[in-house]
Design a protein around this ligand. Structure first.
Ligand SMILES: NC(=O)c1ccc[n+]([C@@H]2O[C@H](COP(=O)([O-])OP(=O)(O)OC[C@H]3O[C@@H](n4cnc5c(N)ncnc54)[C@H](O)[C@@H]3O)[C@@H](O)[C@H]2O)c1
Ligand SMILES: CC(C)=CCC/C(C)=C/C=C/C(C)=C/C=C/C(C)=C/C=C/C=C(C)/C=C/C=C(C)/C=C/C=C(\C)CCC=C(C)C
Length: 596
């Protein structure tokens, strides 16, 4: 177990502040030694009896780089794989490969790992950069992919079970709590729509059919024929079930059973919170995955914050003999005779490997990192079917604890008056209060409110710095007033800390084109059919993360990491492969995508 003794000095940019205006703005944060940081959490948690598992070993990024990685990461050395970016997608691909015996180098532009699943600290508050709702983090089944990814590199994190996935506050004073217990949730939903009892049961039962099929499979690369045909042989019914639902969307299936328009809008909201589009555009497999895992494994919050997951994966990577370098901004993927052979950084260093895996979005990978005259046909097809999902305006706040009524839930989704506002920018509000579950994230007597709402880059372009600042205050002020009116009277007066991030902030700190949170179908998609897997048209180059199958979400990108590692391992000879079957399957999958 690796521990830091001296205090750790991190020159950390302020993720929630807009440093496009202040490009040189940096704050020096003095973090306590990790040992004491963790033990104070432990003390707090065990006092309230919540902690049950041993704490995770966490290695600081600085230590990870110093402790053997940077020496090995010398320019010129050849690796089995270079991973560009340390989001959860990149880290899972890297750690899975390292666990199979590959030598991997992860290059991260920022100063810590995690990307949108990272964290930052201010004045005693620990904020999750992205959402705090964690799927796939239980100790049962085959779909607990975060737990499995950590276990592959010897980690297990303490988690706190969330009794309510989300509390919906919807038009017409419709209030629905998604309880951890499936029957409690269904009972509550039926109590609001008694005339649709049968339809509700049919729709959610169909989700369970898909979830159970998924949960029965060993999850590996769908682009690797020996595995794929093996699964069809072992679990024919389950595989055919999944193949049947692959091109379908949740909204169409809901409409088979449900007629009440308000209930259909509720199902839109259920899908929107995980896909940023309505149910008609949400693939049924993805909807089933999230609508059931929240009851099967439950939503579980990692003690100390979401950032601990990436820190533990980065630590595990290093203990498996691979490397991670921070402040390593990849600007070019080096091609030789049409094959990806390495990368070049903004400071001129070059690194070489048998394979290159990009955790940057496909728009960044093919728009910036690969310098070819024309993007490959496959990528054109992707851009024909998918557009960049909007980014978010996010407000991270520290508030006095007294402003929250007792028994306040951790996660809320608020759409006040009009269902038509669901997908409009700033139309609905997401709110997480992770300190409801883990009080050690804030100073005593305080809570964290992480408020976010969809917002697009276009809305923030072309403003001078004064107008930009004014607009941030104005928009954030309106969102906070809406929350004050709907949920927490006196909210404004209780704020002790507030930081506002815009799509520009997301672009700058997460290196994501337009600050996007991933792909979104341009029109009604054919389920997941059009979503590319990990191989690309360029030999030796793979993609991982949310612009790959199955899309946005931590558990989704973890699956993409597992798939990618399996395909790469087969290509570099660490797993079985059949070149003839490979060629046939990849051609078939490519053709299927053109049908989307
Ligand atoms: N609760 C939740 O479900 C939740 C919470 C947070 C995030 N998320 C999801 O996580 C998904 C994103 O995960 P991901 O793994 O695809 O990626 P990511 O965007 O989180 O991470 C990508 C990483 O790559 C780095 N990077 C990009 N370009 C680079 C370059 N040129 N050189 C070096 N580094 C570079 C970035 O700095 C970043 O750290 C989102 O879809 C979001 O939905 C979900
Ligand atoms: C290949 C062929 C052709 C065929 C074959 C058949 C088969 C076998 C198939 C198979 C398939 C599979 C395996 C699939 C899988 C899938 C998966 C795993 C999926 C997953 C998904 C997931 C997801 C999508 C998730 C998501 C999540 C998210 C996004 C989250 C978020 C959250 C949030 C934002 C929260 C909210 C908050 C508040 C409210 C506050």
């Amino acid at each position: 177990m690796l521990r830091l003794a001296p205090p750790l000095l991190v020159a950390a940019p302020c993720p929630a502040l807009d440093t496009d205006r202040y490009p040189l703005r940096r704050r020096i944060l003095v973090l306590p030694p990790l040992e004491s940081w963790q033990s104070s959490r432990r003390a707090l948690r065990s006092a309230s009896g919540i902690l049950r598992m041993p704490p995770v070993a966490v290695l600081s990024p600085e230590r990870a780089t110093r402790g053997g990685a940077s020496e090995k990461g010398a320019a010129g050395e050849e690796y089995d794989a270079i991973v560009v970016g340390s989001g959860i997608g990149g880290l899972v691909a890297a750690t899975q490969l390292a666990a199979k015996g590959a030598r991997v180098l992860v290059l991260e532009k920022y100063v810590i790992p995690g990307g949108s699943s990272g964290y930052y600290e201010r004045d005693g508050f620990t904020f999750d950069v992205g959402s705090s709702v964690m799927f796939g983090f239980s100790d049962k089944g085959n779909l607990n992919l975060i737990t499995q990814a950590l276990a592959a590199v010897g980690h297990k994190m303490q988690v706190i079970p969330d009794p309510t996935t989300v509390h919906f506050h919807l038009p017409g004073e419709l209030s629905v709590r998604v309880h951890r217990e499936y029957n409690d949730f269904i009972e509550e939903l039926i109590s609001k729509f008694p005339h649709e009892k049968e339809g509700i049961n049919h729709f959610y039962n169909e989700c369970w059919k898909i979830f159970n099929a998924l949960n029965s499979l060993e999850l590996k690369s769908l682009e690797e024929p020996i595995y794929l045909f093996g699964q069809f042989f072992k679990k024919p019914v389950e595989c055919l079930t999944l193949a049947y639902y692959l091109p379908q969307n949740a909204g169409d299936i809901a409409r088979k059973y449900i007629k009440d328009s308000q209930l259909l809008s509720f199902i839109d909201a259920e899908c929107f919170i995980v896909s940023t589009v309505n149910a008609l555009q949400t693939p049924m497999i993805n909807a089933s995955m999230v609508l059931c895992d929240r009851h099967f494994g439950g939503i579980n919050y990692p003690v100390g914050g979401v950032g601990g997951i990436a820190r533990a994966l980065a630590d595990g990577l290093v203990t498996k003999g691979s490397n991670i370098l921070y402040k390593a901004n990849v600007t070019n993927i080096i091609l030789k005779d049409g094959k990806a052979v390495g990368v070049k950084l903004s400071d001129g260093r070059e690194f070489f490997a048998t394979t290159v895996i990009s955790n940057a979005t496909r728009w960044d990978t093919f728009g910036k990192l690969v310098k070819t005259d024309e993007i490959p046909e496959e990528e054109k097809n992707f851009q024909r079917v998918y557009v960049k999902a909007p980014s978010f305006l996010s407000i991270h706040m520290g508030v006095k604890a007294t402003v929250l009524p007792p028994e306040t839930d951790c996660h809320h989704f608020i759409l006040e008056d009009d269902w038509a506002n669901l997908e409009r920018p700033y139309g609905s509000i997401f709110l997480s209060i992770p300190t409801v579950l883990d009080s050690s994230l804030a100073p005593e007597g305080h809570h964290i409110l992480h408020i976010f709402t969809t917002s697009s880059m276009d809305d923030w372009k072309g403003l001078n710095s004064k107008d930009y600042e004014k607009k941030k205050e104005l928009v954030a002020g309106e969102i906070i007033s809406r929350l004050e009116k709907k949920l927490f009277p006196g909210l404004k007066g209780s704020i002790v800390l507030k930081e506002v991030g815009t799509p520009k902030t997301h672009r700058r700190f997460l290196a994501r084109d337009s600050g996007t949170y991933g792909p979104m179908p341009r029109q009604i998609p054919k389920g997941l059919l059009g979503m590319p897997f990990n191989t690309t048209a360029i030999d030796g180059l793979y993609c991982v993360g949310d612009s790959c199958f199955p899309g946005q979400g931590v558990i989704a990108v973890a699956f993409s990491g597992i798939m990618c590692a399996h395909r790469v391992a087969a290509d570099i000879g660490l797993e079985k492969r059949s070149p003839v079957l490979d060629a046939a399957l990849l051609r078939l999958l490519g053709w299927l995508r053109t049908l989307a």
